[in-house]
Design a protein around this ligand. Structure first.
Ligand SMILES: [Zn+2]
Length: 308
């Protein structure tokens, strides 16, 4: 039977998304489960297996129609060995051979990688970075993730751990980060830090959505907070632009939804602070694939691995 479909899975700290995609990466069926329901590692793995079975059954498909299963996962992953090193926001996972476990149970080819990397693949193949050769993709959220495309391929590094833009230090001294380092970009522009600063400035708890809304309406306090985020992110990007000379930078994730205040300032700072030749050519785009980027990227990974 022709293999016409791929199952893409996007695991986050809040949601577990499972989708059936065709070979053109169109989503044919999608389910969203609450990750926090699955408190134990074994239960979460069973839920992944059950959801693959369910999506096949609901669509009247057999395993033979699947090219494979791809997973984008929220933490450092050894893509080649199929190992989850750990998840910063889901307890109980340490050096888990997830690819092996799932392949044995599902009897299908399984591929796993970091969520920001599969999102970078998706934006590069079908989204904002389509047509570029050297692209930097960043996802802003509780964590700050990244994926680097060099010469049209995802750059993985020696231990498949490259691309951790959120863990580039931006100061000599600074807060301890959960990666073990200090003064990482993520500690300064991760959602938690933004919310903490907003609470201090406004004198009460405020959501990111409200903060974005206020900035779009011209509120000076809110605009100042986003300007600070843009400045901190740009300091890192100036270094990345000088080092790698990319043709585009794609920024996605919840915080990127703030739009103009963030993007205009990032573009301005890169233009004024990066070296002339590099800065003159780089474009800064908002990610285009939104919530489905992880699912699409996971499917792209499967198709590329199977050489289709
Ligand atoms: Zn760090």
């Amino acid at each position: 039977m022709a293999k016409r479909f791929i199952v893409g899975i996007d695991l986050g700290g809040t949601n577990l998304k499972i989708a059936l995609l065709d070979l053109k990466y169109r989503i044919r069926h999608k389910e969203v489960l609450n990750t926090q329901r699955f408190t134990k590692k074994e239960v979460l793995i069973s839920a992944i297996i059950d959801s693959v079975d369910k999506i096949l059954k609901d669509n009247n498909l057999s395993r033979k129609s699947l090219l494979g299963v791809g997973l984008g996962l929220p933490g450092p992953i050894d893509y080649e060995k199929g190992i989850v090193h750990f998840f910063p926001n889901i307890p109980g996972w340490k050096e888990v051979k997830l690819k092996y476990i799932l392949e044995r149970k599902l009897r299908l080819p399984v591929f796993v990688d970091n969520d920001a990397k599969v999102m970078a693949l998706a934006e590069y193949k079908l989204g904002a970075a389509k047509g570029s050769t050297n692209a930097i993709c960043i996802t802003l959220g509780t964590g700050v993730g990244g994926g680097v495309i060099i010469n049209g391929r995802l750059y993985r590094g020696l231990s498949n751990a490259a691309g951790e833009i959120g863990h580039l230090p931006i100061n000599e001294k600074g807060p301890r980060c959960n990666c073990g380092g200090r003064a990482c970009l993520e500690s300064y522009i991760g959602n938690n830090r933004i919310l903490k600063e907003a609470r201090k400035i406004f004198g009460h708890v405020i959501t990111l959505e409200k903060l974005s809304y206020l900035a779009s309406k011209g509120n000076h306090k809110a605009k100042a907070i986003w300007l600070k985020v843009a400045e901190r992110l740009s300091v890192t990007l100036v270094g990345v632009v000088n080092l790698l000379n990319p043709d585009c930078i794609v920024i996605g994730g919840g915080v990127a939804g703030v739009g103009k205040v963030l993007f205009d300032n990032i573009k301005k700072i890169i233009l004024t602070r990066a070296m002339g030749v590099q800065a003159g050519h780089v474009k800064v785009f908002k990610a285009r694939l939104g919530n489905n980027a992880g699912l699409i990227g996971a499917a792209i990974m499967v198709k590329e691995e199977k050489g289709q």
